[in-house]
Design a protein around this ligand. Structure first.
Ligand code: MEV
Length: 318
């Protein structure tokens, strides 16, 4: 029997980059944008690799055997998940399977595509053997892959995606689920410029190593914005939250992780009536988010982002 599992995209409401240095951040799931993985049993007769998992990723034109290409992210998450569950090809209940992964989440757009792909692949692998993963375990397995491929991640992406709830995240602590968070009419604009998170995160680290004091001050400023944003989010104070998003964007510009394309989309959103707008995630490209007052305003902002050159726009009740 085929088993299909999915995982959502994410957006950072506030606190990115500073979160790598121990300050708090808030991340929201984007449930309408998803990656899916299907584990399908492979007939054992004439199977050339009965002890291996065939990975099929049509989006990137990839088809390979996990144990033969161990450095690849999907191979890593599948083999790590099997090892975590203690499942080996020698087990009586081992069944050869193919894992097919497809994603609607644009790659390298700061929307959590890598973590979402890892999490749905881990879930499908585990579910195929009747061993569903907890959100905490799925998150931990995905974090190992994030670490291999993104340098020094904080863990916020895998956490919010695995829990699929708004999270208050401080590196090294258990995440706090913000179950009382207001539903936000968000408009997300993708610049269409893909950038690996590793690059801006590495640049921030280099600047911090060169001169830590001003960088620590900026991280403190972003941390204070996150605290205020948490209060606004829980109180349903959308205008207050919008102002904090604008302040967070300015602070990220100060870290040099924004880009002309992101600044232009944020400006277009504000001119079209957004309560606030900011880049999201690593930056230098990828996505931004704008907070609308209501659904009608979201439609106006959506049109303005498209007119300003956004490659994709999506709306969410994040
Ligand atoms: C990526 O979504 C957010 C960053 O803060 C990196 C991280 O936390 O790992 C830029």
């Amino acid at each position: 029997m085929n088993v299909t599992e999915s995982a959502c995209a994410k957006i950072i409401l506030c606190g990115e980059h500073a979160v790598v240095y121990g300050r708090p951040a808030i991340a929201l799931p984007l449930p309408d944008l998803r990656a899916r993985a299907t584990a399908s049993p492979r007939p054992a007769a004439h199977d050339m690799h009965p002890d291996d998992v065939e990975i099929i990723a049509p989006d990137i034109g990839a088809r390979y055997w996990a144990r033969q290409q161990p450095g690849r992210p999907l191979a890593t998450i599948v083999t790590n998940t099997l090892a975590f569950l203690g499942i080996t090809p020698e087990d009586a209940n081992w069944r050869p399977f193919n894992l097919t992964v497809q994603s609607d989440i644009p790659v390298s757009s700061n929307l959590g595509s890598g973590a979402a792909v890892s999490i749905c692949a881990a879930r499908a692998t585990a579910a195929f053997f009747g061993r569903p993963l907890s959100a905490t375990d799925a998150s931990a397995l995905a974090f190992e892959v994030e670490r291999m491929h993104h340098g020094t991640p904080s863990g916020i992406d895998n956490t919010v995606i695995a829990h699929e709830q708004p999270v208050w995240f401080i590196r090294g602590n258990a995440p706090e689920i913000l179950s009382g968070a207001a539903h936000l009419p968000l408009v997300i604009g993708d610049t269409g410029r893909s950038v690996s998170t590793r690059i801006p995160v590495g640049d921030v680290r280099a600047a911090w190593q060169r001169d830590p004091t001003p960088m620590e001050q900026r991280f403190d400023e972003i941390g204070a914005i996150a605290h205020a944003a948490r209060a606004a989010l829980l109180a349903g104070d959308l205008p207050g939250l919008g102002a904090l998003m604008n302040a967070n964007h300015a602070a990220l510009q100060g870290l040099t992780v924004s880009a002309d394309s992101l600044d232009a989309l944020c400006e277009a959103a504000r001119t079209a009536g957004a309560l606030g707008a900011k880049m999201s995630g690593g930056g230098r490209g990828g996505a931004m988010l704008a907070l609308a007052r209501d659904a009608a305003d979201a439609a106006t902002i959506d049109a303005a982002l498209r007119a300003a050159g956004a490659a994709r726009v999506l709306r969410s009740q994040g």
